[in-house]
Design a protein around this ligand. Sequence first.
Ligand code: MLT
Length: 274
Amino acid sequence: MTRRLSSVPSSTRGVTLAVEAAGPRDAPTVVLLHGFPLSGAMWDPQLASLGRDWRLLAPDARGVGASDLGDGQTTMEMLVEDLFSLLDALAPGPVVGCGLSMGGYVLLRALEREPERFRGVVLCDTRSEADGDAERLSRADAIRRLREQGVPAFTDRFLSSVLAPGTRERDPALVGRLRRMICSNSPAGLRGLLLAMAMRTDTTPSLSRIAVPTLVLAGSEDALTPPEGARALAARIPGSRFEEIPGAGHLSNVEAPGAFDRALSDFLASCDAG
Ligand code: MLT
């Protein structure tokens, strides 16, 4: 399997985006959109295991990983335009989009704006509803904590709330890797993404218009976007499949990569056949 790091200029505000790629260039493309406050590196298990049959693209959102921040005033619309710039440059044909949590927010809004870019959709540990007042206030508090206490304190609190208790006990090395990944991001980059998530729109009304094969995945112990919500999300998308990843928390692709990869590769094979 070959892995390459590409840089793609975004159409918005002179930002250059970093993208990790794996797999044969002529294979069908899957774009993997990461969750907050991580980076494209959270997809490393999938780049390693699925990159033989699929061309996988794992971009870093603006302001995290190796992508530029821009002016720091990030909106969900900019994240969607960054995705479109990436697709224009690297994968102009219809792709399978796969987004985890914040990556799912980006994907759902991208589907509203330009559905023809997608031939399949995978929504992991995510939701379609916009933030309510309580979530917006909690994001304002996170922005304050990032400013006053820095990224490491923010990271410890985040990881203690998103991972399943069993993951923390079983896999301290994973906890360390995630911690290093998050701590290498700048506070300004993370604040920009918090702003973007706080002001995102509700994509629930357009779920019934998704007309491509869709898989909804949720960790059985996801406390942030619990499986009941994911099941309700799937019920609104015509013909979609729902699958629970046993024992995983909110970061299902890294907490239970075996079960996650099986579900994803079965789905991709069915998209390919269809
Ligand atoms: C994520 O995992 O992307 C975030 O927890 C999503 C959010 O904060 O709404």
